[in-house]
Design a protein around this ligand. Sequence first.
Ligand code: ATR
Length: 278
Amino acid sequence: MSEAKIPLAGVIGSPIEHSKSPALHGHWLQRYGIKGHYVPMNIAHDALEDCLRALPKMGFVGVNVTIPHKETVLNIADSVTDRAALIGAANTLTFNEDGKIYADNTDGYGFIENLKQGAPNWDPKAGPAAVLGAGGASRAVLSALLDAGVERILLANRTKARSEALKAEFGARISVFDWVHANTMIEETNTVVNTTSLGMQGNAPLNVSLEGLRPETVVTDIVYAPLETEFLKTAREAGCTTVDGLGMLLYQAAPGFERWFGQRPEVDEDLRQAVLSA
Ligand code: ATR
């Protein structure tokens, strides 16, 4: 008698104990009554390829990938989507029946869905967007904004060479500004995004002045702990629509869940609460 397969998925990283992904996927598995499991796995860099090759044989249908493996998995995967290649990192791996590994990046999707949900009137064509930061998260945000049809992106980063490198990769729609001029850069924009780690619990606040900010500007932050950063609070007090970063985490998880477990999951208040209290 053949046994019905119970699909397994999980998240690989190191460290992994603070990942919210098990609570997130666990909530959906329970909500939809799916007989599957989602587990956190602490995998060292040296063991990464062996583990990834073994997982499909063990009943895994896919995994999320987090720090420090998001870039390395691109070299291990058998196929890589264009957007993962452009971003230079993957966060969602799907294993085919034959064990082949398909790597995708859904961070940009998560970012844009969260923005649309939190600011339903947001119009990508209404004016330029300002992006603060040029690290890994910035790459996903830039690709998503460009895909959404934003015509011009003003980019500032403490280390200017990183912004210049992103402009060289992402193209002429990006204009690079000095970090010290980030406040004036913001004045002309329709959308402002913080992609730096500043403002996160335990880090220094983001000390870019929002003085010239127009109230029509939509301001979002990828930081979600605290939910309302000082940066978002200042923007809200200036009359702007603000969108916190938690939704990006929730929405980036949805495509993986759907591919692995065959159910399109919903992002709603119950899910937010489940993840916040995890
Ligand atoms: P991630 O992959 O999460 O984006 P990262 O690649 O380490 O992480 O990038 C962190 C971002 O926060 C970078 O833009 C970084 O600026 P640098 O490229 O100059 O390092 C920015 N950042 C971190 N600490 C900062 C600080 N004290 N002041 C200004 N920017 C800071």
